[in-house]
Design a protein around this ligand. Structure first.
Ligand code: FAD
Length: 381
């Protein structure tokens, strides 16, 4: 795809910032499992934390291709930072798309500045890819809801300040009747549970949220009551693009490392690049990455240009790019040989980080099911 000047500018800004401010922290963030607050603050200061929020609401009003370019650039340096950046962006997008004026005015300025981070809480211990099993409940009590339940594996669990919780109110009639509610850190009886000890994306600080009789004003409903299944996709579309973009960034970092190593690693007198087997690996990795990139960029472009946009290209881009990143990271490690397996180098981190992306925001199997049903003209549920 040929990028516009505005898109190229955002890409270059994100690359520069990531190389200078985020890449130097990536190994430490991974090893210590420390939350990449410094990198996120830098992204906030540079205006990236409200990238697609309309200018009228204080954001940069950038398009979805620019969003993909920015996430990809950050992920090339540090996938943990990119995942938190993505999650935060989904929350700001949700507020911009579905929030009322009061919610936007109250929350968006601080979130765009990076003073408050967002988290999106859908998953529960007994409700993963099947969100119809969500059991967290909000019972009406005068002007408030009393919320009880818990959420699992949430990105930025303890570090966020603004949470979008997907739950069921007492007026839900069918499994499809889900609602989204905004809960802020510090709400009495809102606490944190178990931390997820993930094998990769270690800086994203995933963990559980626990609600025991949490009182939340009814005005904190985000969008209509029982309306999450209708409104959610309008902002969740960026989750598919974002996960694909993180995959592109990780894969690019892996290809860069493998290509450089192939040229410089001597096996006797000759570099390993003289082996046809290595040439094939470099060719396959680079070709798969280029194909996934085109699919992702064009899905982002159609999201902004079609009315209403079809989710099919988004699903296909997420499915393809996340699987591609695992394959490319695996091949890059093979090109590197034994040193690539060492924790001193980032190759094993690329592999561990990529491995999480086929699980979150619809696993590959569910995506294949949804894509297959759409292509065959079958109902989604
Ligand atoms: C890095 C990371 C970050 C995350 N961050 C968040 C977050 O911020 N907020 C949040 O709410 N959640 C988050 N999650 C949770 C994530 O969204 C869930 O893991 C995901 O929804 C899948 O749910 P599950 O793990 O319970 O798998 P399950 O639903 O139990 O599925 C297990 C396996 O069953 C198979 N399967 C499931 N459905 C189908 C189907 N329809 N057809 C065929 N096979 C199927 C797949 O192989 C799947 O991997 C995160 C997870 C990860 C790994």
């Amino acid at each position: 795809m040929i990028l516009s000047d505005a898109q190229k500018k955002i890409q270059a800004e994100a690359r520069d910032l990531s190389l200078k401010e985020i890449a130097p922290q990536a190994a430490r963030v991974d090893k210590e499992g420390s939350f990449p607050l410094d990198g996120l603050n830098k992204l906030g200061a540079a205006g990236f934390l409200g990238l697609t929020v309309p200018q009228a609401l204080g954001g940069r009003g950038a398009d979805s291709v620019s969003f993909v370019l920015a996430i990809e650039a950050v992920a090339r340096s540090c996938a943990s930072t990119a995942l938190v950046f993505l999650t935060h962006s989904l929350v700001t997008r949700a507020l911009a798309v579905a929030g009322n004026d009061e919610q936007k005015q109250k929350l968006l300025p601080a979130m765009i500045a990076g003073e408050k981070l967002g988290a999106l809480a859908v998953t529960e211990a007994a409700s993963g890819s099947n969100s119809l099993a969500i059991a967290t409940k909000a019972v009406a009590d005068g002007d408030s809801f009393i919320v009880n339940g818990s959420k699992a594996l949430i990105t930025g669990a303890e570090q966020a300040q603004v949470y979008i919780i997907v739950l069921r109110t007492d007026r839900a009639q069918t499994p499809l009747d889900l609602s989204a509610i905004i809960m802020e850190k510090g709400t009495p009886n809102f606490s944190f549970g178990k931390k997820a000890d993930f094998m990769g994306l270690c800086g994203a600080s995933n963990g559980d949220l626990v609600f025991k009789n949490c009182q939340v004003p009814k005005t904190n409903l985000l969008g209509p009551e029982n309306g999450y299944m209708q409104v959610g996709p309008a902002y969740a579309s960026h989750s598919m693009l974002g996960m694909a973009a993180i995959s592109l960034g990780i894969a690019q970092a892996a290809v860069d490392a493998a290509t450089e190593h192939a040229k410089t690693r001597l096996n006797g007198e000759k570099p390993i690049s003289s082996y046809q087997g290595i040439q094939f690996q470099i060719a396959e990795m680079t070709t798969s990455l280029a194909a996934s990139r085109e699919l992702t960029y064009s899905a982002a472009q159609q999201l902004d240009s079609q009315q209403p946009p079809s989710p099919l290209p988004l699903y296909m881009a997420k499915l393809n790019a996340t699987e591609m990143a695992i394959d490319v990271a695996n091949k890059a490690l093979q090109v590197y040989g034994g040193t690539g397996y060492s924790r001193e180098l980032p190759l094993e981190r690329y592999y561990r980080d990529a491995r999480g992306l086929t699980l979150h925001f619809s696993n590959s199997e569910k995506l294949k099911e949804m894509v297959g049903k759409m292509l065959l003209g079958l109902p989604p549920i």
